[in-house]
Write a protein that binds this ligand. Structure first.
Ligand SMILES: Nc1ncnc2c1ncn2[C@@H]1O[C@H](COP(=O)(O)OP(=O)(O)O)[C@@H](O)[C@H]1O
Ligand SMILES: O=C(CO)[C@H](O)[C@H](O)COP(=O)(O)O
Length: 499
């Protein structure tokens, strides 16, 4: 049923480009087993997770559809949080978390041009078959985070895509002059990779019918498959299409545009949208009242997972890309440098996302090689090598330059020296980012917490401490899926409080 739905919903081309990038390694799940009654799915199917939610406890399912893979986390509060759950203060027993490590096949970042997507991968992407059948009946709610500004335009009458998806780091410079002519100076949308530039580019190039078109972000589209209400987003995903999280509405300069009818409605992250669709619920054994809640973007979910709550705390997501988020009392927007502010309750997450990061490392080294080479690095010694590690031409932050060339030469004969130079160069980009945020008026960073795949590299943490001149640590919860699970819990608790 779901496979047919998926197959009928999206053309193979659009489907493969949206899914093949993200779900080729759906089977590779980072996992955490919690000693208490909280359960995360095993990485390897042969690990039979036999953790059961104790009677009366519920599970909250978070799904992270990051750049290079998908992960899921189930969390259950050991004590039911206060009714006004502030997602990063929920009372979860972090101490009992222990990792059984990443598992599954060594994940290779799929080739973006990979046109062949295995239908069973896509089906399992939403089949959630890795959530133990015995636990599905106690899943109270689900939330999903996805890559920011990954955009798909759907026909609201048929549910079919009207174009291929635009990926998070794709730039549409053709639309930039028009977007700059309608938006305030330095606004977040005034970047070629903004969702609004992708929308305007499609609008100006599309010759098919547009009346019934609706714009969705990656997380919105995946959640729609579960709840069935088209055109619902959250104020983090909607930021780069122009939504103003401070006004809690789209600005007049955007609503007056001919394409404003495509804009999704916007809820706060972790808000109940509805219950899981009956056909999916019965097919996979989820409870009648399993709520589907609005999600967020992957780096916001990573911030929530890290649990930083005080201004001056920074969270760096060292994933395929380098995304930094600094908790600030002041909102800062400056598209000249790719700086924007996400709302987090009554504060601001000021930051940006660079195209540097782990994906460049993965092009050069396997995770095993990264581990072995890193062990030989002396992090207290500065590398003389000066690179700008990019996978391809174009940078978003702290320099917004769609024509910036990668710089990874000269390559020394010794791979330890080469990796040291790359890690140190990425650290310098991170430091430049935090300095820029301070210069633009954000609360100065005092400490950096690290999430994402790169957070497991202790030597890199030491290099970054030296380059940043700040305390740098690894988050207790390094997976964005945990942050999405906190949003699922928030939605369920608010729903209970409103009953
Ligand atoms: N030991 C390591 N040192 C540095 N980077 C690493 C290490 N192991 C994995 N990575 C990087 O982590 C990245 C994956 O992190 P992840 O958070 O899963 O990314 P995303 O969420 O963007 O898909 C990969 O690009 C990989 O290069
Ligand atoms: O690089 C990315 C993909 O991993 C995204 O751009 C990242 O999510 C940053 O966007 P945002 O700050 O809006 O969350």
């Amino acid at each position: 049923m779901l496979k047919e739905r998926m197959a009928s919903t999206i053309s193979s081309t659009a489907y493969s480009s949206l899914f093949s990038l993200h779900f080729n390694s759906w089977r590779k799940l980072s996992s955490r087993m919690l000693e208490s009654n909280v359960f995360c799915k095993p990485t390897r199917p042969n690990i039979s997770a036999n953790y059961k939610a104790e009677n009366g406890k519920k599970l909250y399912l978070g799904m992270d559809f990051g750049t290079s893979g998908a992960r899921v986390s189930d969390e259950s509060p050991l004590t039911i949080p206060t009714s006004s759950v502030d997602v990063h203060q929920s009372e979860l027993d972090h101490d009992s978390v222990h990792s059984d490590g990443d598992g599954g096949p060594d994940m290779q970042t799929p080739n973006e041009s990979d046109a062949s997507v295995d239908e069973s991968v896509a089906e399992s992407a939403l089949e959630m078959e890795d959530v133990s059948v015995s636990l599905r009946p106690v899943v109270a709610s689900i939330a999903i985070d996805g890559t920011s500004a990954t955009t798909i335009i759907i026909d609201s009458t048929s549910g079919d895509p009207l174009c291929r998806p635009y990926l998070y780091n794709e730039s549409c410079p053709d639309a930039l002059p028009l977007v700059k002519s309608i938006a305030p100076p330095k606004h977040t949308v005034c970047s070629g990779s903004s969702t609004l530039c992708k929308l305007v580019s499609w609008w100006n190039s599309c010759d098919s019918s547009k009346e019934s078109a609706v714009l969705l972000h990656q997380a919105d589209w995946l959640l729609w498959l579960l709840h069935g209400k088209l055109g619902v987003s959250d104020y983090n995903n909607a930021l780069k299409v122009g939504y103003d999280p401070e006004m809690d509405s789209y600005p007049p300069w955007l609503l007056s545009q001919p394409y404003s009818h495509l804009l999704p409605s916007v809820q706060h992250p972790g808000t109940k949208i509805g219950c899981m669709k009956e056909d999916i619920r019965t097919q996979f054994g989820y409870p009648k009242d399993c709520l589907i809640c609005t999600g967020t973007t992957d780096s916001i979910a990573a911030f929530l997972a890290a649990g930083a709550t005080l201004p001056g705390k920074g969270v760096t997501s060292l994933g395929s890309t380098l995304a930094i988020k600094l908790l600030s009392t002041k909102r800062v927007e400056d598209a000249r440098f790719g700086v924007y502010s996400h709302r987090l309750d009554d504060k601001w997450l000021v930051g940006g996302a660079s195209n540097t990061g782990g994906a460049v490392l993965r092009q050069l080294f396997s995770d095993e090689q990264l581990k072995k080479l890193s062990e030989q690095i002396n992090p207290l010694e500065a590398s003389p090598l000066d690179y700008y590690p990019l996978q391809a031409v174009g940078e978003r932050f702290p320099v917004a330059d769609p024509n910036m060339e990668p710089r990874l030469h000269p390559r020394p004969k010794n791979d330890v020296e080469y990796l040291h130079g790359i890690l140190e160069s990425i650290a310098r980009i991170e430091a430049k980012g935090y300095t820029l945020l301070k210069d633009l008026g954000a609360t100065p960073v005092e400490e950096v917490i690290t999430s994402g795949g790169g957070s497991k590299n202790e030597k890199w943490i030491k290099i970054r401490e030296r380059v940043l001149g700040l305390p740098v640590s690894k988050a207790n919860q390094t997976e964005a899926a945990y942050g999405a699970a906190l949003l699922a819990m928030k939605g369920a608790c608010e729903n209970t409080a409103s009953d």
